[in-house]
Every structure is written in structure tokens, then in C-alpha cells.
Design a protein around this ligand. Structure first.
Ligand SMILES: *Cc1c(COP(=O)(O)O)cnc(C)c1O
Length: 365
């Protein structure tokens, strides 16, 4: 007799990442996965090379040096940091530890897809709450009141991405605080701040305040975006001691590879990396947004390293996508979110952004 998994597993469609190939096109420019514009920091590349010579050794399972460096950089207690094989792993472990059969998980309709996949893999029912128009009138944001209203007796976890991927929109701290205050104390709030470094709003808090205020909130961060290390798989969480203790029980003892820990340490030591990346991002995000608007798209206000552009119809989005693809430019289709009229553009380096701008400006090219 064939083996079969728990029934909830077969309701999951495997994650489809950003495309990376176009048949017949040699030079591919991948602007579909929000990887940092400048590649890996040089100090990270050196660290990976050095780590290769020690690859027969198991990693430090506690990632002590890395947690201390993260704590030093972001002003956080290293004892309340947990590292993961990407923040994706931490999302999955949270769903295993706090979700499970018979429970419910809440996310916003356009929140990050992994919450849905991991939540269901853990056996939970995942509720997606419709978004509401953003205060400025363009785009949408998570509906905090709707998420609070959706929480019921079986709810165990609420996920919120801020700034959100794929929309790029940002909620103010007051809305996050209102969400936390409106949820029962025994519901875990997961604030996924994967794009925190790119935010230039002066009073933005990626989650430190809410984590410190009570025992039921965790902030997730990653080295995959501004630090340019998506291929090394390093994410981290900052949480109250009780949640860190749970994570340390459910994670694999060596869940972050030695070369990955070394790479992250290297990235943190690279002088001026984040400043340079953010300055570039802010400048080119503005230029790309202007070019997209000129091409007829509604551009949602972005606080991250990508731009969500609504072309009005699926056909219009397909036309733009085809024009980009003909030049080797791969952006992310949004049909998986029920938004086939939109495309998401990662802010690449200057040359890549200019290629996108040129392609947008030549309707028949
Ligand atoms: C990219 C991304 C992640 C995953 O990051 P990894 O650390 O590479 O697993 C998590 N959340 C959001 C919102 C992201 O965009």
C-alpha cells in the first residue's frame, strides 16, 4: 500500500519562486525575487571562501558569534535572538510549534505566501483577510480591524509583513500596536520585517517595541534582501525568552550552515553597505516609479526594494511583461495573488533599472 501524508499536506501547491530563465535569451536580468541590487558584500564572499576550508566541521549550533553581531548591530539582546535557515525556516517552525491541526492562522490577503504554505503544512487552517485601500488612496494595506475581527477561539498565530511583500506598502507603528492590542494575549503575532533596512520613514519600528512590550510577539528579519545573501539562507528572529526557548527546541541543532554564519558576519562587517544600498534604492525606486507611471501604471507607494505596478488589466500586464522578457528582464507576475493586472519590479543596479526604464518607454520595442 502506498504511504500517504497528513491530509492537509496535499492541499498545498509547491511554492513557485521568481522565474530565472527565458527560452532563447542569453543574458538574463532577474528582477523577480527582491535580492539586493549589489550582489553579496565583498566581506561576505571572502568569509564564504575561508569557511570552505573548514567545511568538514559542524557549525556552531548556537550561532553565538552571529547572534552577538546581530545584537550589536541592531541594539538587541543576543540571548533573545534565534537564527534560521532563512526566515522561511523560522516561519515554518513557528507554524509547527504554535499552529497545528485544529488551529487557525490569520494573514492579510496580500501577505507573504509562505505563511499560507507553512501554516497548512503544519495542519492549520489559514484565513486570508481582505485588504483595504491605503490611506493615501493608492494601493492597499492590511485591514487591521478585519484581522482582529477574524480572530476566533482557534486562532493561534497572526502574520503581518511590514513593509508588505508584494505590495510594498507600509503600516504605521500605531496600526501594529492596535493589532497587538486587539488580539488575545495567547495569540502569537509574527511581524515579518524582511525589508526593514530599506524603510526611510523616521519613526518606523520593525517590531522591537512590540516584542519588548509583552511575551507574545516575534519579529523576523533576513540576510536575503539588503545584505545580498539569499543563496546562503540566513534569517533571524527577535522574541521574548519563552518563544526563543520554543524555537531552540524545534529547530535542527545545526540549522544554519557554518559558511552561512560566516557570510552573515562578513556582511555585517562591510562598511557602509546598508547606507549605500538604501541610498541607491531610494534613488532608483523613484526613477523606476516615474517611468512606470509614465507607461500608464498605477504605482503603489513602496517602502521596500521593489515596486508594485498595476497596469489596469491582465492583458496590459502581459504586454509589458512580454516586452521586458524580450530584453531578458524578468519581473514577478502577481497572478498567484489574484492580481494578474499587476507586476512586481525589484530595484536592480543602475544599469538594470535603466534597461527597464528604456523598455517601458518603447511601446513597440
Ligand atoms: C524574502 C522574504 C522572506 C524570506 O526570507 P529568507 O530569509 O530568504 O527565507 C520572508 N518574508 C518576506 C516578506 C520576504 O519577502
Amino acid at each position: 500500500m502506498p504511504v500517504s501524508p497528513r491530509p492537509s499536506i496535499m492541499t498545498i501547491d509547491p511554492y513557485v519562486g521568481g522565474e530565472s530563465k527565458i527560452p532563447g535569451v542569453n543574458r538574463i536580468i532577474k528582477l523577480s525575487s527582491n535580492e539586493g541590487a549589489f550582489g553579496p558584500p565583498p566581506a561576505a564572499i571572502e568569509a564564504i571562501t575561508r569557511a570552505g576550508r573548514e567545511a568538514h566541521r559542524y557549525p556552531d549550533g548556537a550561532a553565538t558569534a552571529l547572534r552577538e553581531a546581530i545584537g550589536g548591530r541592531f541594539g538587541l539582546d543576543p540571548a533573545r535572538i534565534v537564527t534560521g535557515n532563512g526566515s522561511d525556516e523560522l516561519i515554518s517552525l513557528l507554524c509547527l510549534a504554535y499552529g497545528g491541526e485544529g488551529t487557525e492562522i490569520i494573514m492579510s490577503a496580500y501577505g507573504f505566501m509562505m505563511y499560507d504554505l507553512s501554516g497548512r503544512a503544519g495542519g492549520a487552517r489559514v484565513l486570508k483577510v481582505a485588504e483595504k485601500p491605503a490611506p493615501g488612496g493608492v494601493g492597499t494595506v492590511a485591514d487591521i480591524d478585519g484581522m482582529i475581527a477574524a480572530a476566533g477561539p482557534r486562532t493561534r498565530i497572526v502574520f503581518l509583513t511590514n513593509p508588505n511583500n508584494p505590495t510594498g506598502t507600509l503600516l504605521p507603528n500605531s496600526e501594529l500596536a492596535r493589532l497587538r492590542a486587539g488580539l488575545r494575549d495567547d495569540i502569537l503575532l509574527v511581524l515579518d520585517s524582511a525589508y526593514a533596512e530599506y524603510v526611510t520613514e523616521p519613526d518606523y519600528d520593525p517590531g522591537n517595541g512590540l516584542v519588548d512590550a509583552a511575551g507574545n510577539t516575534i519579529m523576523l528579519r533576513t540576510f536575503s534582501k539588503v545584505f545580498g545573501l539569499g543563496g546562503m539562507r540566513i534569517g533571524w528572529g527577535y522574541a521574548p525568552a519563552g518563544i526563543i526557548d520554543v524555537m531552540n527546541r524545534v529547530r535542527g541543532p545545526f540549522n544554519v550552515a557554518a559558511a552561512s554564519q560566516a557570510a552573515a558576519l562578513g556582511a555585517l562587517s562591510e562598511p557602509g553597505w546598508v547606507e549605500k544600498s538604501v541610498a541607491h534604492n531610494t534613488e532608483w525606486r523613484g526613477r523606476l516609479s516615474a517611468a512606470l507611471s509614465a507607461a500608464g501604471a498605477e504605482v503603489w507607494p513602496s517602502h521596500a526594494n521593489f515596486i508594485f505596478a498595476d497596469f489596469g488589466s491582465a492583458e496590459a500586464a502581459r504586454t509589458i511583461d512580454a516586452r521586458l522578457k524580450a530584453r531578458g528582464l524578468i519581473v514577478r507576475g502577481m497572478a498567484g495573488y489574484g492580481l494578474p493586472q499587476a507586476l512586481r519590479f525589484t530595484v536592480g543596479n543602475a544599469e538594470e533599472c535603466q534597461m527597464v526604464i528604456d523598455a517601458l518607454g518603447t511601446p513597440h520595442g
